[in-house]
Design a protein around this ligand. Structure first.
Ligand code: PEP
Ligand code: MN
Length: 354
């Protein structure tokens, strides 16, 4: 952190700032320029907010130099993380050496629909099944999900297909319930800064997929992940799902640059959801190809056996020829990026097992 003093700030103000820095156990290095004095501060990044230096007399600006997140910072460990989903021994990796397709219905509507969607997903190469039991909808009049009945269906579909389950949780009070059925907890874009929910999934310890909020900066997204990690759960996968811009032709604008950027700032895996970003079927596959090309660790897509009659997000669910096209992209492109298809833990090179 660097503190820039006002031009001509008196010595007493400078001394007061230095005293506050040192009282917090940090080191202050004073450097006098022709017009201004600056103070370099060496200490924890959290001092930036804790010391409240910008409000002190004589202080012009306080600049944060190091990233404010620690546990999810790429410097926290030597290699990028692989997150393993599923019970020991038969787990599915999401990480730097593999490519993981996660697909399934936006919302579980019935046992038949969920099984149909899961079979389509598996046929397209998915190794994880997504399925919504609790749907955070813009309108209270829209279908809100089948709750625990949907979770029971997802567990049955997992038994029938071998696909581990990723399902959204929207209320801290439901974390234990959802975790008792699902193998990975999804935090949707609308809940990225629901701090009670982040706290709860952090304490629960199950793998978490954290979507980027529609208005969230990369730093805010990584700080949300830091909340989960700080509670002791580092099994976090980030999901870029588009941000809100002035463009309304698509539901959101996929921030492709965020994918390689976040992979440099953080060791966490990053997957891309082209479905909820596009909001329209015809651009999902090109976006999926682009996501693979910029180095995404996986994709999250909605599939439905009968999109015309879907209760949620039918116009953006893949089926038929579209799904075959996605399957072919997911088969052909990741190997060009040096990635293997997702395989069980014991069949992967040892350096990816973490
Ligand atoms: C979803 O994945 O079902 C969903 C609602 O997406 P998002 O949170 O990205 O809007
Ligand atoms: Mn959806």
């Amino acid at each position: 952190m660097v503190v820039v003093m006002n031009p001509g700030a008196p010595q007493a103000q400078l001394d007061a700032v230095v005293a506050r820095i040192e009282s917090a156990g940090a080191q202050a290095f004073v450097s006098r320029g022709l017009a201004r004095t600056i103070i370099g501060v060496i200490g924890e990044p959290s001092l930036h907010t804790e010391l409240n230096l910008s409000g002190m007399p004589g202080v012009s600006t306080v600049l944060q130099v190091s990233a404010p997140y620690k546990l999810v910072n790429s410097q926290a460990q030597a290699e990028r993380s692989t997150v393993w989903v599923g019970p020991d021994g038969r787990e599915v990796p999401i990480g730097p050496n593999t490519f993981t397709l996660i697909a399934g219905p936006c919302a579980v509507e019935s046992a038949l629909q969920a099984l149909g969607a899961a079979r389509l997903a598996a046929g397209a190469g998915a190794t994880l099944l997504r399925g919504g039991a609790y749907k955070p909808r813009t309108s209270p009049l829209s279908f809100q999900g089948m709750g625990e009945d949907a979770l029971k269906i997802l567990a049955d579909v997992r038994d029938a297909t071998g696909l581990y389950v990723v399902s959204e949780v929207i209320d801290p009070a439901d974390v234990d319930l959802v975790a008792s059925y699902a193998d990975m907890l999804l935090i949707g874009a609308t809940n990225m800064q629901n701090f009670a929910l982040l706290d709860s999934v952090g304490r629960r310890g199950k793998p978490v997929m954290l979507k980027r909020g529609m208005q969230a900066t990369v730093d805010e997204w990584l700080l949300a992940a830091e909340y989960i990690a700080q509670r002791g759960n580092c099994h976090i996968v980030l999901c870029e799902r588009g941000i809100r811009t002035f463009e309304t032709a698509t539901k959101a604008t996929l921030d492709l640059s965020a994918i390689p950027l976040v992979q440099r700032l953080s060791h966490l895996p990053v997957v891309v959801d082209p479905t909820h970003c596009a909001g329209r079927r015809d651009v999902i596959i090109p976006l999926a190809r682009a996501a693979i090309a910029v180095g995404a660790d996986g994709l999250l897509v909605d599939v439905h056996p009968d999109p015309e009659n879907a209760l949620v997000d039918g116009p953006q669910a893949l089926a038929g020829a579209d799904l075959r096209e996605l399957a072919s992209a997911v088969r052909q492109l990741p190997p060009l990026m040096g990635r293997l298809p997702a395989q069980p833990r014991d069949q992967l090179p040892s350096q990816t097992v973490g």
